[in-house]
Design a protein around this ligand. Structure first.
Ligand SMILES: C[S@@+](CC[C@H](N)C(=O)[O-])C[C@H]1O[C@@H](n2cnc3c(N)ncnc32)[C@H](O)[C@@H]1O
Length: 298
């Protein structure tokens, strides 16, 4: 398979997974994406009148609180590769009475948008889905007007944890199950494309600087994830990136995995209350998008 074909296959899988998840995404009483998106907005600090782009906006966990802050004079654009996510985000914006938002189905790795037309680019748990995120960062720098900023979140990867999940799950999900995930997330690929630069803050800073950003800041802060029960968590996990694993697991392995996770998570409940655990998360902010090259001499 050529690299282009592999990338297209991977993106089709991601798109189908999130199209299938959109109706219940972030709506199953498991707290994670909404608090994480809210924290990203606090760190990004959108200001009244700014023009912002949210890459992989999902249902708007980041887009909508940011749109409120930029106010009527500002303009927010949310893009997502999954059409159903964009549809649901439109409904959510209307439900919340937020009118300064546009939504478009678009591949965030290659945004088809005018240069220098944004003040802030955001992405919560979305940039990590891009097969070549480092190349995309340079495109985001081009989309920013002078003084523009970027802010995005990622999981904190380490080589020995199952990709995208907190360390708690490493013992529950054998690494052998990785074969059911898209190839782009296999350790050797992750190491090449995502893993190493997201794992190592120095690599990450270098990637952002190479893309044209300055003043890179990396903030590691866990998100407290809560769920009504282990069973509710597993049901919720079918509505996010882990859906890609569940979809491809043979039935017997899926049932065994479900049982292991439910038992382990229910053991974290105190007094029959909610399951509660920390998910390591990392926010990257940078500013100083590069100025354009000087015009050619006449
Ligand atoms: C884990 S969700 C995060 C959504 C939202 N930012 C939030 O915090 O709830 C990842 C999102 O990225 C989108 N996505 C994945 N690959 C993408 C791509 N190449 N271009 C645009 N969106 C993409 C998915 O469709 C999904 O909505």
């Amino acid at each position: 398979m050529t690299t282009d074909t592999a990338t297209a296959t991977y993106k089709n899988k991601v798109t189908a997974a999130f199209n299938g998840a959109a109706a219940t995404y972030d709506r199953l009483d498991v707290e994670f994406f909404t608090p994480m998106g809210g924290r990203l907005v606090e760190l990004a600090d959108p200001r009244p009148g700014e023009r912002l782009l949210d890459v992989g906006c999902g249902l708007g966990a980041t887009l909508l609180p940011a749109a409120r802050l930029i106010g009527d004079r500002g303009r927010a654009l949310g893009i997502d590769i999954a059409e159903a996510m964009i549809e649901e985000a439109g409904k959510e914006a209307a439900r919340q009475g937020i009118a300064n938002v546009d939504l478009r189905v678009m591949d965030g790795e290659h945004p088809d948008l005018p240069a220098r037309s944004f003040d802030l680019v955001l992405g919560s748990y979305s940039v990590i889905f891009l097969p070549d995120a480092r190349a995309a960062l340079a495109r985001y720098a081009d989309l920013l007007a002078d003084g523009g900023r970027i802010a995005f979140t990622s999981p904190v990867f380490t080589r020995d944890t199952f990709p995208f999940l907190p360390p708690l799950f490493t013992e529950l999900i054998p690494m052998s199950l990785l074969e059911h995930l898209p190839e782009a997330w296999h350790p050797e690929q992750l190491q090449k494309q995502l893993h190493s630069w997201l794992e190592d803050p120095a690599d990450l800073t270098a990637a952002l600087e190479k893309a044209g950003f300055t003043d890179v800041e990396i903030t590691d802060e866990p998100v407290i994830q809560t769920a009504p029960s282990g069973d509710a968590w597993v049901t919720w996990s079918h509505t996010q990136g882990m859906r890609l694993l569940w979809q491809h697991l043979p039935e017997d392995e899926a049932a065994a995995l479900r049982e292991r996770i439910v038992t382990a998570l229910d053991a974290l409940r105190t007094d029959g209350g909610r399951v509660r655990f920390e998910v390591p998360a990392r926010t990257h902010t940078a500013g100083g998008a590069r100025s354009p090259p000087p015009p050619p001499p006449r």
